[in-house]
Ligand binder design. Structure first.
Ligand SMILES: Cc1ncc(COP(=O)(O)O)c(C=O)c1O
Length: 506
């Protein structure tokens, strides 16, 4: 099969013309054209191999043969509307149920994380008969209108906050209002949700749901302090609401130690609704909502059928089952713990060498590296993070950034990521950061550069930014030319370094 139909420039030109420009590409200045993939590797049109640290959808690895086989076998046999009775959907629901707390026993299959979260909103509303929703700051829960409304990451740039939506502080112990030195950040952050609930009540409104990713990802690869969700669930339930865990990014063993990231909160914690998506079908559009019999019962009681044309069809469920099998057979959770742990260790070693790394955090293969311009103030190093992304791309390693200031370099690779891959990433990152630091030093010490050319000058002025010339009076024309020539040379060199610093791809 031909890997390319069009040359890269043609594809790009057609895409510009035919595809909505708000559908952005990775590396929009110089996009990568990927024509095939395997495992954790992507291949461009010239056969160049990229290490993929971005694709948390191709969970068990790109084009895994077991997944392809399961899809084709089922597709050759039957793919039908999910209103016909079929084994796959019940078998898959049963397998999923085994991974979840006992109370989450009813499943609705849909086709995207957004559909799952939209349905979760409906379920919560129907069950509680309340309207208001509490979300975490900078959260993202999907692209449907209902979800833009509960995604501060989006609505702050668009329509603004609806009166039924309330935002609680993100429990970020590195940058948030309560930090790592707080004696009990879990309780302190949970209390902020309690405060929000109180305010909702003061307005005469009622809470339907608290929505949160189990590890806020768009918010900056945040680890919720242990105990936070249990406390929040207690407050929300006593206000008559339900707790929705968005596991769209974090589920299916990404955290290694557990199948679901909400389980990091402890055995005693269970959400009332769990939404899942991205990794579920390894790239096939397959998503789901799991909930309790009581919530599902209230949804049924409204008498209106829930019908989803593609959700839970035999092919989707065959693929979902194959994904579960591969996770188990290849011990991908164990791999996530081991390789993720090693990656974290290597990045923490880099943190001791490079002051620009403010924080390294994560669990399993959900890892974030927060870049700051100064460690004390924790000022976000947004440009430097973008530069790291660009420079890593030159080394054929794909990463991206996240967080309110886009200063967190994130690693969410396919779960077959290896120790060698982790080492490669850390080694290249070390090299790039060392190079960036050198360019910076060079840029900071302009007047020292004239000394290297055996020309002595000094600086003055309140900001020490005036280079002064007060030579002996016998200074010659040739001396003047020499100084001017050297300064021209040095400034040109500094400008080049600056561009290098700005564009990374120099
Ligand atoms: C946490 C979270 N929830 C929901 C969604 C929406 O999923 P989808 O793009 O499959 O609709 C996303 C997508 O990025 C997500 O990251």
């Amino acid at each position: 099969m031909a890997l390319e139909m069009f040359r890269k420039e043609e594809t790009l030109a057609m895409r510009k013309k035919l595809i909505g420009q708000s559908c952005r590409l990775f590396y929009s200045d110089d996009p990568v054209k990927i024509v095939r993939a395997r495992g954790q590797y992507l291949y461009d049109e010239n056969g160049k191999r990229y290490l993929d640290c971005i694709s948390n959808v191709q969970h068990v690895g790109h084009c895994h043969p077991s997944i392809t086989q399961a899809a084709t076998t089922q597709m050759e046999l039957l793919n039908a509307n999910s209103r016909f009775l079929h084994d796959n959907i019940v078998q898959y629901a049963d397998r999923l149920a085994a991974t979840l707390p006992d109370k989450l026993r009813v499943f609705y299959f849909v086709n995207s994380g957004s559909e799952a979260n939209d349905l979760a909103l409906r379920l919560a509303h129907q069950y509680t008969q309340h309207e208001d929703v509490i979300v975490l700051d900078h959260a993202y829960h999907g692209h449907l209108t209902s979800l833009i409304d509960i995604s501060p990451y989006k609505f702050q740039k668009l329509t603004g906050q609806k009166e039924w939506v309330h935002v609680a502080p993100i429990p970020d112990i590195y940058r948030g209002i309560f930090r790592e030195d707080h004696p009990n950040p879990a309780q302190a952050y949970a209390d902020t949700v309690k405060d929000v609930i109180d305010k909702v009540h003061q307005k005469g409104r009622k809470v339907s749901a608290f929505f949160s990713e189990s590890l806020p990802s768009v918010g900056g690869q945040i680890l919720l302090p242990k105990g936070y969700s249990t406390k929040v669930a207690e407050y929300v339930r006593s206000a008559g609401g339900v707790f929705v865990a968005d596991e769209v990014q974090t589920g299916f063993g990404r955290v290694g130690s557990h199948f679901w990231a909400f389980q990091l909160q402890g055995d005693n914690f269970s959400p009332d609704i769990v939404t899942m998506g991205k990794p579920m079908g390894n790239g096939h559009p397959l998503s789901c909502v799991a909930t309790t019999a009581e919530i599902a019962g209230a949804f049924t009681a409204n008498g209106v059928e829930y019908f989803n044309t593609f959700g839970g069809n035999p092919v989707s469920c065959a693929i979902g089952l194959a994904v579960l099998d591969v996770i188990e057979k290849e011990d991908l959770r164990g791999n996530s713990s081991r390789v993720g742990g090693h990656l974290l260790d290597r990045l923490r070693q880099l943190q001791t060498k490079h002051p620009i790394i403010g924080d390294v955090r994560g669990v399993g293969l959900f890892v974030g590296l927060e870049m700051v311009t100064d460690k004390e103030q924790r000022t976000p190093a947004t440009d430097a993070a973008a530069q790291v992304v660009r420079r890593l791309k030159e080394e054929y390693i794909c990463v991206s950034t996240d967080g309110p200031w886009e200063n967190i370099v994130k690693f969410k690779p396919p779960m077959c990521f290896s120790m060698e891959d982790a080492d490669l990433v850390a080694d290249r990152l070390h090299h790039i950061l060392t190079d960036m630091e050198r360019s910076h030093q060079k840029l900071d010490s302009g007047d020292l550069r004239l000394k290297e050319e055996y020309t002595c000058v000094s600086t003055d002025g309140p900001w020490e930014n005036i280079v002064k010339f007060k030579p002996p009076m016998c200074f010659s024309m040739e001396d003047t030319d020499l100084v001017a020539d050297r300064i021209h040379h040095i400034l040109t060199d500094m400008e080049r370094s600056h561009q290098k610093l700005d564009s990374g791809d120099f």
